[in-house]
Design a protein around this ligand. Sequence first.
Ligand SMILES: Nc1ncnc2c1ncn2[C@@H]1O[C@H](COP(=O)(O)OP(=O)(O)OP(=O)(O)O)[C@@H](O)[C@H]1O
Ligand SMILES: [Mg+2]
Length: 311
Amino acid sequence: MSFMQINDLNVHYPIRGGFFNTVIDKVYAVDGVTMEFEKGKTYGLVGESGSGKSTTGKAIIGLEKITSGQIFYEGEDVTNQRRNRNSAYNKDIQMIFQDSHSSMNPRKRVLDILAEPIRNFMKLSDQEERKRIKELLAIVGMSEDVLLKYPHEFSGGQKQRLGIARAVACNPKMIIADEPVSALDLSVQAQVLNFMKDIQNEYGLTYLFISHDLGVVKHMCDHISIMYKGRFVETGTRHDIYRNPQHIYTNRLLSAIPNIEPETRLERKVIRQKVEESYQKEQHQYYDEHGKVYPLKSISETHMVAMTGGI
Ligand SMILES: Nc1ncnc2c1ncn2[C@@H]1O[C@H](COP(=O)(O)OP(=O)(O)OP(=O)(O)O)[C@@H](O)[C@H]1O
Ligand SMILES: [Mg+2]
C-alpha cells in the first residue's frame, strides 16, 4: 500500500518578453507527473540535465509552486500544506540537495546547521538537543570534533554526509535525494550509497533518488521513472528498465552508462554509436508532432511506456 501519491503534477514557468513584458510562452518543467510511494522502497527519477527532476523534487517538498496537481500523504490532500511548519508532512518529508554546499549557510557551524531542523520540529531541552546532534554525527560516521567547524572546512563527501545527517535529524519517513553523489569521486560515491542503504534498512526510510545516470541508481532502486522534458517516458521495476527497456530514450540513457571495465570499452562505444544513430533516425516515432512525450500506457502490471498505439 502506498502512503503517498502524486497526481498529475505540473510546474510551468512563464517566459516573459516583448515590449510589455507579457507572458509569451511557458517552460513545461514538470508536465503531468504521477507517482506513488510505498514505505521502505527506493524510487529512481532519472533523466538528462533540464528534464525536470529537481523541479519535481522541490515541488513535492514544497519549495516550488505547483501549477496544478495534488499530493496525498497518508490519505490526506496536503498540496496546500507542504510548507506549513506545523504539518506532519513538513517534518516527515526531507530533501538532500543537489548542491549540498550552497544549501548550507556558510556562516553557520555544524552544530547550528544540525540544530535547525531539531528546533523547528522537536521540542527538546538544550541537553537533549546536544545528545541528538551527537547521535546524528554518529549515524553518518563523523566525530564530535566537527561540531564547531564551518561547511567550507569539509570535503564534498563529508558535506554530503552532513546533508544526510540534517535530513534524518527529525526521523523523516521519506527523503528526496537530489543527485546525492554526483559531485563525488567514484570511491566516495560507493561509500555514501552504501551508507544511505544502511540507514534506510535501519529506519524503514523511503527514498526518491534523483540522478542523471542510470548506472548510479541501478543497485539502489526498486522502481525507476525515466524523465524527458517534464514527462515520464517509461516507468517500471529495476528489472523492467534494465532488462526490458522499451522507449528509445531509455535505451539511450542505458547506453550512456559510463564503463569502468577497459576490456569492454570498445564494444560499448560501438553499441553507444548504434543506439545514437537509431535515436536520431527513429526518435520521431516516440514523440508527437510537437516533440512531446506521449501519455504512458501499461504493458505489464509494473511497466509503463509512453507510446502511440503503433509502437
Ligand atoms: N525558476 C525557473 N524559471 C524558469 N525556468 C526554470 C526555473 N527552474 C527551472 N527551470 C527550467 O525547468 C527545466 C527543468 O529544470 P530542472 O532543474 O528541474 O532540471 P533537472 O532535471 O534537475 O536538471 P539537472 O540534471 O541539470 O539538475 C529546465 O528547462 C530549467 O531551465
Ligand atoms: Mg537538478
